[in-house]
Design a protein around this ligand. Structure first.
Ligand code: FAQ
Length: 318
């Protein structure tokens, strides 16, 4: 027993446990259990891939934005998503992950990205709805991740969340403007909200009793709240916003529960969620094909950058 307690492995595990118990940050130089590292790489990579694939649905409207102002705002937002991907891939690299390897895993479907980005953007109102609901859900999920136990992830999240809140507001402002417009514009907003409401609820992941990773991730302080807790928070936050906007949320079971001081709401279609996560979403094939193509088209840039870096290194060696 004493031998085990005194072993270096035990001391490292004890130091890690104490860091988690005292709500301190684990940093790249620190020892960490393999499972903790693997879980972080899995979640951070999925998150990074989501940011990059997430450029496509809104990017679809860049060339058709209705004014220069709307185009500039949308361009800035889509570029921000690329930046978020960059912060997150960098955070994954601090855990020993290789960025090329992660990209290969994305384009070969070996790693997931968020289900939400497999739905089409059919009208310009979708740009507003994505900002309001999708970025709104992302903020709900990601603000607690600013307190995640892994330092580089938590710090990346602080920057991401600041930008996401701008994204959420631009979406809401766009919808507000459309709601103050014609009947046709109002109908366009309502139709868009009808399509995006349920997929937005699915962003938080499966229900708690079907979430294989949540309990351990929460014990490690990677996740701070369960999927269902965050989904509830998002519904409670969205209801008054929908009212102010003048749209209805497409859920007949959505009602205030005074006893729980929270809204009751209907069950998302989890069989649809599973299909989308398996790669059978309405736009899954198109999103991955586009990413693969962009990766191939960028090969010459990576080659040139690598060659330039080699020349610089050689020059600095004299
Ligand atoms: N889609 O055991 P859990 C954005 C997978 S926001 C696809 O509950 P976990 C901003 C999960 O990976 C979107 N897969 O898993 C933006 C796991 O699979 P695995 C991205 C999903 O990790 C806005 C399995 O199901 N945000 O990009 C989904 O504890 C607008 C079992 O699930 C983040 O990634 C899903 N919705 O909890 C960009 C936030 N849900 O690996 C552009 C960080 C679950 O075991 C435009 N991530 N799965 O085979 C998280 O908070 C967590 O990873 C969850 C899932 C909550 C997503």
């Amino acid at each position: 027993m004493t031998q085990v307690a005194d072993s270096p492995g035990h001391a490292l595990q004890a130091a890690f446990d104490a860091t988690i118990a005292h709500e301190q940050r684990v940093e790249p130089r620190d020892w960490m259990p393999d499972g903790y590292r693997r879980t972080l790489v899995r979640q951070i990579a999925q998150h990074a891939h989501s940011e990059i694939i997430g450029m496509q649905p809104e990017g679809n409207w860049l060339t058709r934005a209705p004014s220069l102002r709307r185009k500039s705002i949308l361009m800035a937002k889509v570029q921000d998503e690329a930046g978020h991907g960059l912060y997150l891939y960098s955070a994954a690299e601090t855990l020993g992950a290789d960025r090329n390897d992660l990209t290969e895993k994305l384009i070969s479907s070996a790693q997931k990205y968020s289900s939400i980005f497999n739905y089409p953007t059919l009208t310009y109102a979708d740009v507003g709805t994505i900002g309001w609901l999708v970025d709104g859900a992302a903020i709900c999920n990601q603000v607690p991740l600013c307190r995640s136990s892994y330092g580089p992830y938590a710090r990346a999240m602080v920057r991401v969340c600041k930008e996401e809140s701008f994204h959420q507001r631009q979406g809401y402002e766009l919808l507000m403007t459309m709601m103050a417009g014609t009947d046709e514009q109002r109908a366009m907003v309502q139709e868009s909200v009808d399509r995006f409401w349920w997929p937005s609820l699915m962003m938080f992941g499966p229900p708690d009793d079907e979430s294989p990773n949540s309990a351990q991730s929460m014990a490690w302080g990677i996740k701070r709240h369960s999927n269902d807790e965050l989904r509830q928070r998002f519904v409670d936050m969205s209801v008054p916003q929908a009212k102010a906007l003048g749209v209805t949320l497409p859920d007949p079971d959505l009602v205030w529960n005074a006893e729980r001081q929270a809204h009751d709401f209907g069950e998302p279609d989890w069989s649809e969620f599973m299909q989308v996560v398996k790669g059978n979403g309405p736009c899954s094939a198109q999103r991955l094909a586009r990413r693969r193509q962009a990766h191939e088209d960028g090969a010459w840039v990576r080659e040139a950058a690598t060659a330039f870096a080699r020349t610089q290194q050689a020059a600095s060696r004299g």
